[in-house]
Design a protein around this ligand. Structure first.
Ligand SMILES: O=P(O)(O)O[C@@H]1C[C@H](O)[C@@H](CO)O1
Ligand SMILES: Nc1nc2[nH]cnc2c(=O)[nH]1
Length: 296
C-alpha cells in the first residue's frame, strides 16, 4: 500500500496535458477542500468540472463529504482549480497518489495552494466553529518515514532535502487575519499548529493527552503530505483548519466524536470559510515570489 514508488513526472504531465486539452482555464490558485467544505467550488464562475473517475491517473474519493470532482473556474478575477474532495492515506492510497493532484497543479501553472480541513481541537482556547490559520504542522506519519517524498527524488519537481520551515506563507497568513478583521470574524480566528495522524480512527484519550502535551493545537488526518509536496515543488501555501470538535482528553468526559458530527459542524461554518477564502484569493498577489520573511 505505502509503496515507495513515486508517480513519475511524465505521469503527472500526462494528466496535466489531458486537463489542458479539456479546458481553457489555466489556474493560478488551487484549493483543496476539507471534509464538508466542498461548497467553495460552487462559487467559481464559468465552471468546467470533471469527475475524478474521468481524469486519467486520478484516484477516487471514498469518504462521505468529499464529492470527487475537480472544478475549474474564475473567482475574483483569478483562475482557480478546486478539489471537491481530497485523498487520505487511510483510504489505502499511497502517499504518492494522495498528493498526485498537487504535482498536477504545479504542471498546470498553479502558484498558490490553499488547503482546508476539518480538525479536532486540543488547544483550550479553540472551540468548535473556530477557524485556525495553520502556522505550521507536525507530520506524524512523515516523522516515521511515511512521506510522499520517500523513494528516488524527482529532481524535476524539487530538491532531495527540501526545507519545511516557513512552508505556510507568512504574507498570506497576515493577509487572512487582516481580512478576518474586516469581515468581523477575527474573534473566531487564531493561528496554530496542525498535526496529521494516520487515522481513520479518532484519538484515544491517551493519544489526545500526548498531542496536548506536545503543544499541538488541532489534529486531523490530511493536509501535511499535500503541503510537503507543494513546498517541495515551490508552491506558496496557505492552510485553514475548521475546528469541528474538541478532542476528548479526559476519562471523565463522555463526549464522543463521529464523522457525521464533523460534517454537520463543518457545514455550519462552511459559508464563513468560503467568504474568507474568496476574499483572500481576491486580495492575494499572483506572480510574486514568496514573501521574504517567511519564518514561523
Ligand atoms: O479531509 P479532512 O482532513 O478535512 O477530513 C477530516 C479528517 C478525516 O478524514 C475526517 C474525519 O471526520 O475529516
Ligand atoms: N484525527 C482527527 N481528525 C479529525 N478531523 C475532524 N475532527 C478530528 C479529530 O478529532 N481527530
Amino acid at each position: 500500500m505505502h509503496s515507495k514508488k513515486q508517480i513519475s513526472h511524465d505521469e503527472c504531465q500526462e494528466t496535466a496535458d489531458w486537463l489542458m486539452s479539456q479546458t481553457k482555464h489555466r489556474p493560478q490558485v488551487a484549493i483543496i477542500c476539507g471534509s464538508g467544505l466542498g461548497m467553495l467550488a460552487d462559487t467559481l464562475k464559468c465552471q468546467v468540472s470533471f469527475a475524478y473517475s474521468d481524469i486519467p491517473g486520478f484516484p477516487q474519493s471514498t469518504v462521505q463529504g468529499h464529492a470527487g470532482r475537480l472544478v475549474f473556474g474564475e473567482l475574483k478575477e483569478k483562475t482557480c482549480v478546486c478539489m471537491q474532495g481530497r485523498f487520505h492515506m487511510y483510504e489505502g492510497h499511497s502517499l504518492s497518489k494522495t498528493t498526485f493532484p498537487v504535482r498536477v497543479f504545479k504542471l498546470l501553472g498553479v502558484e498558490t495552494l490553499i488547503v482546508t480541513n476539518a480538525a479536532g481541537s486540543l488547544a483550550d482556547d479553540l472551540q468548535p466553529g473556530d477557524i485556525m490559520i495553520i502556522k505550521d504542522h507536525v507530520n506524524f506519519p512523515g516523522l516515521v518515514g511515511l512521506n510522499p517524498l520517500s523513494g528516488p527524488n524527482n529532481d524535476e519537481f524539487g530538491p532531495r532535502f527540501p526545507a519545511m520551515s516557513g512552508c505556510y506563507d507568512k504574507g498570506l497568513r497576515c493577509l487572512a487575519m487582516e481580512i478576518a478583521k474586516q469581515q468581523g470574524i477575527a474573534s473566531l480566528m487564531q493561528e496554530g499548529v496542525y498535526a496529521m495522524v494516520g487515522g481513520p480512527n479518532f484519538e484515544t484519550i491517551a493519544e489526545a493527552k500526548l498531542l496536548y502535551r506536545l503543544g499541538v493545537d488541532a489534529v486531523g488526518m490530511s493536509t501535511a503530505p499535500e503541503v510537503v509536496v507543494a513546498a517541495h515543488c515551490g508552491l506558496r501555501v496557505f492552510g485553514l483548519s475548521l475546528i469541528t470538535n474538541k478532542v476528548v482528553k479526559s476519562y471523565e468526559d463522555s463526549d464522543s466524536v463521529s464523522h457525521e458530527g464533523v460534517l454537520s459542524a463543518s457545514q455550519l461554518r462552511s459559508h464563513t470559510v468560503q467568504q474568507l477564502v474568496i476574499d483572500l484569493i481576491g486580495r492575494m498577489e499572483i506572480n510574486n515570489s514568496k514573501t521574504t520573511n517567511n519564518a514561523v
